[in-house]
Design a protein around this ligand. Structure first.
Ligand SMILES: CC(=O)SCCNC(=O)CCNC(=O)[C@H](O)C(C)(C)COP(=O)(O)OP(=O)(O)OC[C@H]1O[C@@H](n2cnc3c(N)ncnc32)[C@H](O)[C@@H]1OP(=O)(O)O
Length: 520
């Protein structure tokens, strides 16, 4: 009989997700969370996203880690989540168990060796000696009241190169008090067929045990391997937010959650509407930017670029799929550039609640395509300016910078002197600051105070040059403004990067002065 068919027929309907962003995720090069950050992520994962279990640290790492784990455990105990917080511990008799106990922890994920090579080369032990050490640590953990899960580190290589070691290990440990046997593809070397065959074999040999699968993404196969593992019969899979983790990372929590639901019909506890918020939080705390095209959570993944796609959406949602943005509290957008068509423009105009005649739309579209031809990104916020420019509209001419001189030097404050036209009135102002842009904000702020207008705070300030650019290339400054209930982006392009920032600021001021005028 086909073994694949047998295992697939026995698919569990419920699958547990164990998130290890705070343990394996912190093994990403250059990532170290503070205790406050760890507590915030742990709360978000358990309380809002509702993952089943989280692994929050390795034992014995540092005093800071101890503080973080203690604070997470204290909160988890108060909320009734204590047994869902796990800590990786070592086969070190009493040391890791004592460390976890001292943090108020309830669960140890004991790291044992799942390959003969690791056991022999790293620990210098035989299978029998190692199993005796593991059992001793398990017994001690049990006496101390901890729940125990067991990692078989390097299991994927162990299963391939030394299966007798893996079976011998399992035979000795299967009747211990281990709740989950956690089988890692530690070096991310497996492909889905190998995962399915090897895990299927483990599940059939030890039908009464719970197996977790812990993937790594070295071949970019982590999510596919998770699917194979679930098909093979594991009861839990491990993942991280934003695919963080040692080397190429683990499986992405967002990908795993939607794939298991949509493609395998699994029941998960996850609340998908929080995936993006938690991804943002981890992106900020880890300092690791995610790719704009990262599935579910990337900035661009709900943006249609091709005019034909926008047209299809306009004519009855032809390009919509189950993976819609609303599911993740996001919205679809339509990029503006050289591949835009009538429908792309219409969708953006709808978003801005702007009404243009067919004739005007043609002119604006022609300008968008020509700007797009020179590789510039056009944001929805640029659209009113393109429209104003193309149609010679005065709507957005609330402020015009007439002249501006900037003085910057080493170990000196930068100064700005400017002349500006606001609503037909000319003003002069000077300002000082730690850089040219800062000095400009100081000066313009003095003028705008007379119009009851204050510039919002900066949330992000990015300077870019075109790919392959050189010293005299145009610079593009994209500023994200924190406008209270929303973030807004504006862009400026100039050969001088400070003036690119100033252009971006002037754009925002124009939009907001226009909105203020419209409200009156
Ligand atoms: C699957 C994974 O991703 S494993 C990730 C495990 N987590 C970590 O490594 C967290 C960060 N690590 C640390 O902070 C430190 O390495 C510590 C505190 C754990 C240990 O530090 P040190 O005592 O300085 O030792 P070192 O880092 O060199 O670790 C190697 C020692 O651990 C031993 N070791 C390796 N695996 C294990 C294990 N599963 N259980 C117990 N000991 C182990 C090695 O044999 C070696 O021992 P030796 O010094 O007697 O030769």
């Amino acid at each position: 009989m086909n073994t694949r068919h047998v295992a697939a027929a026995a698919l569990p309907r419920k699958i547990e997700l164990m998130d290890t962003t705070l343990r394996d995720g912190e093994q990403t090069q250059g990532v170290a969370f503070t205790p406050m950050e760890k507590v915030s992520i742990a709360k978000a994962l358990l309380q809002f996203l509702r993952v089943d279990r989280i692994e929050v640290a390795s034992a014995r790492v540092s005093e800071g880690e101890k503080e973080a784990v203690s604070r997470i455990n204290q909160w988890a105990a108060e909320e009734g989540f204590a047994e869902r917080v796990e800590v990786l511990g070592f086969v070190d008799h009493t040391r890791s168990v004592d460390w976890i106990k001292s943090t108020g922890g309830s669960v140890i994920n004991l790291l044992a060796k799942g390959s003969e090579k690791h056991c022999r080369e790293q620990l210098g032990k035989t299978l029998e000696q190692h199993c005796a050490d593991v059992l001793q640590t398990i017994n001690y953990a049990h006496e101390q009241g901890l729940k125990i899960n067991l990692y078989l580190e390097d299991w994927s290589n162990g299963y391939k190169d030394s299966p007798e070691y893996v079976y011998g290990f399992m035979d000795k440990l299967q009747h211990s008090s281990v709740r989950h046997f956690m089988l890692p593809d530690t070096l991310g070397v497996m492909a889905p067929d190998e995962v399915f065959d090897s895990l299927g074999d483990m599940c059939r040999r030890y039908p009464d045990l719970h197996f977790d699968f812990h993937p790594h993404n070295d071949y970019g196969l982590a999510t596919a391997n998770v699917m194979a593992a679930v098909r093979a019969g594991v009861s839990a899979v491990h993942c991280t937010v934003n695919c963080l983790g040692e080397r190429a990372g683990n499986a992405s929590l967002a990908e795993v959650a939607v794939v298991l639901r949509d493609k395998m019909g699994m029941q998960l506890a996850i609340d998908e509407s929080h995936l993006v918020r938690i991804s943002d939080m981890v992106e900020n705390f880890s300092g690791k930017r995610i790719a704009a095209n990262a599935p579910i959570v990337g900035a661009d993944v709900f943006t249609q670029t091709a005019g034909i796609h926008a047209d299809g959406d306009q004519k009855g949602g032809l390009y919509k799929t189950k993976l819609g943005p609303e599911r993740f509290s996001r919205t679809r957008s339509y990029a503006l550039g050289k591949m835009s068509g009538k429908a792309s423009l219409k969708k953006n105009l709808e978003q801005l609640e702007l009404d243009l005649s067919e004739e005007d739309q043609k002119k604006v579209l022609a300008r968008i395509v020509s700007i797009g031809d020179s590789k510039q990104t056009i944001t929805t916020d640029d659209l009113p300016f393109i429209i104003a420019d193309v149609l010679e509209s005065k709507n957005y001419q609330h402020i015009e910078l007439l002249a501006c001189a900037i003085n910057s030097g080493m170990d000196l404050q930068s100064t700005v002197s400017l002349r500006v036209n606001v609503k037909g009135e000319k003003h002069q102002a000077t300002g000082a600051g730690s850089g040219g842009f800062d000095a400009f904000i100081d000066a313009i702020g003095k003028v705008l105070a007379r119009y009851d207008y204050t510039l919002p705070a900066l949330a992000d300030y990015e300077i870019r040059i075109p790919k392959g650019g050189h010293a005299s290339a145009l610079t593009e400054c994209v500023i994200t403004w924190d406008c209270g209930n929303e973030l807004r982006k504006t862009r400026g392009v100039h050969v001088n990067q400070v003036f690119a920032g100033i252009q971006a600021a002037i754009k925002l001021i124009n939009i907001q002065l226009h909105e203020m005028a419209a409200m009156r």
